[in-house]
Design a binder for this molecule. Structure first.
Ligand code: HEC
Ligand code: HEC
Length: 270
């Protein structure tokens, strides 16, 4: 190449890639309001973002990967924990984790009920942002979250076996069942282990504390998913004031067939 050709090559390719870059930037900006559901940015969401900054949550946590790396990323926390749990946790984090065991502890930030409500609105809004599947694995404080590998999920989607579909859904986020439940014996996360739930469901029906309408183990498991507070498993971090920390909206957010699949899967855990 002559000197002139080299210069032209440099200028031409720089211009070419600059145009691509500008095009992609414009395209991203065009999509931001749809990807972030900016129409759902209510006054509570905005107030929550203000509390987030006032209390310097970002000195320890990340949102969308930005912030400090001392404590877990909270991008999807509202999806994985639900409002009932978060409102109690934010009131008194030390009731849920211990410095001795977890080696670090979130300080009590003396948040008022109103501030907590706003923070939850903000975190719920953040959790609905379409991040193209990021973070790939939830970064939770307690327990493993195996997640479903793309191959695993694909395999399940290809099969029509309700148990396989149910297991894949159990490990997906949302509904994030596995963020709170292990299926290994004795492993307690935010919720109790579901090992042996099919057999335990039968015993729950005869429990004097049981307030639901199920007649069979399978009906109990189904009811536990759509109306979790009908029976409260005993445990200091499972419920408060008669209300389960398990999100109570799965009856709306999941399709009837998805609930059937989850029940089919859980009934195999004998
Ligand atoms: C000084 C550091 C620090 C600050 C500031 C902080 N956190 Fe945390 N947070 C932690 C740690 C550490 C954990 C892990 C759990 C534990 O050990 O208490 C955590 C956990 C959490 C969890 C997850 C609980 C779970 O069980 O999954 C939420 C939600 C949370 N913090 C919200 C907030 C919000 C909202 C703020 C600001 C109002 C905030 N944090 C400020 C350190 C902090
Ligand atoms: C935020 C954490 C959380 C999430 C997410 C969650 N659960 Fe739960 N779950 C709990 C807690 C806490 C309990 C115990 C309190 C109670 O009895 O409701 C529970 C109880 C249960 C029970 C009854 C267990 C028993 O021994 O009687 C079943 C079944 C269950 N969950 C299934 C599911 C399924 C399926 C999903 C996903 C669709 C799910 N859970 C999502 C926290 C969670």
């Amino acid at each position: 190449m002559t000197k002139r050709q080299t210069r032209l090559f440099f200028l031409g390719s720089t211009l070419f890639f600059a145009l691509i870059f500008i095009g992609l930037t414009i395209d991203s900006h065009r999509q931001i309001s749809a990807l972030t559901h900016s129409d759902q940015m209510t006054a509570d969401v905005i107030a929550g973002k203000r509390v987030w900054h006032e209390k310097n949550c970002t000195n320890c946590h990340t949102l969308l990967g930005e912030g400090a790396y001392y404590a877990p990323d909270l991008t999807k926390i509202a999806e994985q924990r639900g409002a009932a749990y978060l409102s109690q946790f934010l009131k008194n984090p030390a009731a849920f984790y211990s410095e001795a065991k977890d080696r670090r502890l979130m300080p009590n930030l003396n948040l008022g009920d109103e501030q907590i409500r706003h923070l939850i609105a903000f975190l719920s809004w953040v959790s609905r942002i379409d991040t193209n599947g990021w973070p790939p694995r939830p970064l939770l404080v307690s327990g493993a979250f195996p997640g479903s590998s793309p191959a695993h999920a694909q395999q399940a989607a290809a099969s029509s076996d309700p148990v396989a579909l149910g297991e894949a859904l159990f490990r997906k986020s949302p509904p994030a069942c596995a963020a709170c439940h292990s299926t290994a014996e004795g492993v307690q996360l935010v919720g109790p282990s579901l090992a042996g739930i099919a057999a335990r469901a039968q015993q729950r029906l005869g429990d004097p504390e049981y307030r639901g309408h199920a007649k069979t183990a399978e009906e109990y498991v189904r009811e536990s998913i759509v109306a979790p507070s009908m029976f409260l498993v005993a445990g200091p971090t499972f419920s408060a004031g008669g209300r389960s920390f398990m999100p109570d909206n799965f009856g709306h957010s999941l399709q009837a067939s998805e609930i059937d699949h989850l029940v089919a899967y859980l009934m195999t855990l004998k």
